[in-house]
Design a protein around this ligand. Sequence first.
Ligand code: SAM
Ligand code: SF4
Length: 330
Amino acid sequence: MNQPHRQLVDPHGRKFPYLRLSLTDVCNFSCDYCLPDGYQCENKKDFLSLNEIKNTVAAFAELGTHKIRLTGGEPTLRKDFIDCLKIIDKTPGIDQIALTTNGYKLQNNIKSWVDAGLTHLNVSVDTLDANLFNSLTGHNRLKEILQGIDYALTLPLKKIKLNAVLLKNINSHQFDQYTVLLKDKDISIRFIELMQTGDNFDYFNRYHVSAQVLKNYLFENGWTVKLKEEASGPAIEYVHPDYQGSFGVIAPYSKHFCDTCNRLRMSSTGEFHLCLFGEKGFSVREFMQSSSQKEILKSTLCQLLSKKRKQHFLHDNDTGITPNLSSIGG
Ligand code: SAM
Ligand code: SF4
């Protein structure tokens, strides 16, 4: 029997309208902080099928989730990526479908993704320097990616964001370059503080810098904090009267970061993660096989959510078991 009033609420009173769904671990880029040696396929993995995705999204939607973000690995590498969008778009209760992508397929495909139901787009652009982009990601594609973003701006998407991981002496002195982009474009550039994962300990020690450097830059240059909308998540948004676009700062090491956590994660092999860090995933794949199991899936998700901790323990260097963000859906 349907229980329409049951919602995803954790023991700390946080609600979860937002699911990050990983479609694959595979990625064609080799970002230095994530997969420096590229994706390594030790044992071929069996990623969630369309049917499993459909059943999962339907269960979450009945528990109050209205936004799905597709991530990975690189989600757009899936051959059935458009079918994934279409299936999610048809799910009652889902009104936002977001994508986090490295932009590799953006220019040629964004129109068909929007036609299939995509509403929000995040593209990772860690630097606006083409040579640096090439050495960071292993792909000399910055120009095409920026053209893809310009094209996306002409399409009926609700929001376009760029993601950049804040890296000491790599992009931490390049904020001016981003402001040029923001002058006349309605995009948000979100700097994410580099997070330590199981695999990137040395890299983290070398390149991590506090998001305070960006906050200082924004303060000195007349950017002010925009009032947070309810359930807007942990990013702090900065606006400026002379710029159409905005800056976003995601600082996972800052105090109270976890207070506004509004997201849950499903890995590409059906492991439910309550947090990016500090806990193993709980496999719920056996309950994704048929729509007749939806009630079991829903009650399992609610039971597991009762284990969600109040905060992560990154400050104590406890990265949990996450080897890199591509393996869980960053
Ligand atoms: N491949 C897609 C992309 O790069 O946009 C989606 C997956 S990627 C894991 C999702 C986001 O996580 C990207 O914006 C990436 O820059 C970010 N990311 C990966 N590793 C990170 C780390 N150690 N710290 C902070 N952000 C990280
Ligand atoms: Fe691939 Fe995204 Fe990781 Fe870069 S950050 S290696 S694009 S999964």
